[in-house]
Design a protein around this ligand. Structure first.
Ligand SMILES: [Zn+2]
Length: 445
């Protein structure tokens, strides 16, 4: 009894600490932010990394001395990176069992184990202790959810339950998780009965809610986990007469959220984000993240597969946190077109999506997948001929504008996918075979 009370008080302490951090986040000057990052990285080395067999030998060295890790390297060294002596095999078995039983509450040696929602390759494993979750929840709430005197109902329509939010269920916010693996009609009826004030869901799911014209009146809508495309955003905002905010959060961390002026800012007070440039001229980069507050499974110079685009113009909110124009999707989702000299060249997913916005209105939805030297195009339409001609025309124009040759197209007049899978309108499933000269050199900033 006493021990559970002490635990609750401690949890509340971590939550309030996170909340205070989130509240201060946008108020640092550039100088204060740089100093804060240095102090927090130093503290991370002293308090966390020295307990990690993988990092202990690096001692107090500067960040640049630490190796950049991709997912494969990270998983290969998982047993030595984590600070609680857990093996990858044990964690994977535990997480899979939780997913199969749809029960995410059991802990493994006091640690919550989650799987990342990878769409290809091996799924990542992530570990958090309850105190990390409480701190993280406080931070997210301070940055995104308005606290009012009336208890607000928050609907979470996520692909796997997130102990993070449930950790902060309390007097001012009431969280309810809706299981997207249930039939659509079932969770929609539950959602209508819940009458949420705040809805948090992936963009694709928000689109489905808007299209179903459910009788709900949220005052805040937050899109997570997927690229929010302009047409989807517009549809949702029209349906609910309220702005859609974005949280850029993945299993690897909480990386950015929208400010009151609707711009995305990186959370550089809790994560150091180095830029691995994919196209410096247009400001496109993949983030290499160092999480300053993770204690159970440290993430140091972890390279994500996403493409972000910088927004060089200052934001009226005055925050020193870097602003983004958008999150474009995964690097792996660039399509590959041939140059006139016969080399494959990447075309960014965002550029493809913009080209597709110019298609005829009879194309109500689409998916484009690269399979080697071919593009498979899946269409939802009632007028197949017009739709196909229009898509072919849009992609031809795109290829010509970049002086490239469009790969061969194969059309399918159907889209089949489940809401419980991550939605990618543009995806590269199999890259064409590339010459070594077609890979870009890596540069960091
Ligand atoms: Zn701003």
């Amino acid at each position: 009894m006493i021990s559970s009370f002490v635990r609750s008080v401690k949890q509340l302490g971590y939550f309030l600490y996170g909340y205070a951090n989130g509240w201060r986040s946008a108020r640092y000057s550039h100088v204060a932010l740089a100093r804060l990052q240095q102090q927090r990285f130093r503290r991370l080395k002293l308090r966390v990394l020295r307990h990690s067999p993988f990092y202990a030998a690096l001692g107090d060295q500067p960040l640049q001395a630490f190796p950049v890790m991709d997912k494969a390297a990270f998983l290969a060294n998982f047993n030595d990176i984590n600070t609680c002596g857990l093996s990858l095999a044990a964690c994977q078995a535990h997480a899979l069992q939780a997913e199969q039983q749809r029960d995410f509450t059991p802990l493994l040696n006091g640690v919550a184990v989650g799987l990342s929602s990878g769409t290809s390759g091996r799924r990542g494993v992530f570990l958090t202790r309850p105190q990390e979750q409480a701190e993280w929840a406080g931070y997210i709430i301070a940055k995104n959810l308005p606290l009012t005197l009336r208890r607000q109902r928050v609907a979470l329509l996520l692909r796997s339950n997130n102990a993070l939010y449930e950790a902060s269920d309390g007097i001012l916010l009431s969280f309810r998780f809706f299981d997207l693996t249930l039939p659509v009609a079932e969770w929609q009826a539950q959602l209508a009965a819940f009458q949420p004030d705040i809805v948090i869901a992936p963009a694709q799911v928000l689109g489905v809610i808007a299209a179903a014209a459910l009788n709900i009146t949220p005052t805040k809508i937050i899109s997570v986990a997927e690229v929010l495309e302009p047409d989807v955003r517009q549809r949702i905002e029209q349906q609910f007469s309220c702005r859609v905010n974005e949280i850029y959060q993945c299993t690897e961390g909480y990386l950015a959220s929208t400010c009151r002026f609707g711009r995305l800012h990186l959370n550089e007070d809790i994560v150091i984000i180095e830029k691995h440039w994919t196209d410096k001229a247009s400001g496109r980069f993949s983030p290499v993240i160092t999480d300053l507050r993770r204690r159970t499974l440290p993430l140091v110079r972890f390279k994500l597969d996403d493409i972000l685009q910088l927004d060089p113009s200052p934001c009226p909110c005055g925050s020193a946190l870097t602003a983004l124009k958008k999150i474009e999707g995964r690097c792996d989702d660039s399509l590959w077109f041939l140059t006139h000299s016969g080399h494959w060249q990447p075309v960014f997913p965002d550029v493809v999506r913009r080209a597709m916005m110019l298609c005829s209105e009879v194309v109500s939805d689409y998916r484009i997948q690269q399979h080697g030297s071919k593009l498979r195009v899946f269409l939802q339409t009632t007028q197949a001929d017009i739709a196909q001609r229009s898509v072919e025309g849009a992609l031809q124009d795109l290829a010509q504008s970049q002086q490239l040759t469009l790969p061969q197209l194969e059309f399918t007049l159907q889209i089949t996918e489940s809401l419980s899978e991550k939605c990618r309108r543009v995806a590269c499933l199999h890259k064409p075979v590339l010459q070594p000269s077609e890979y870009r050199e890596s540069t960091y900033d």
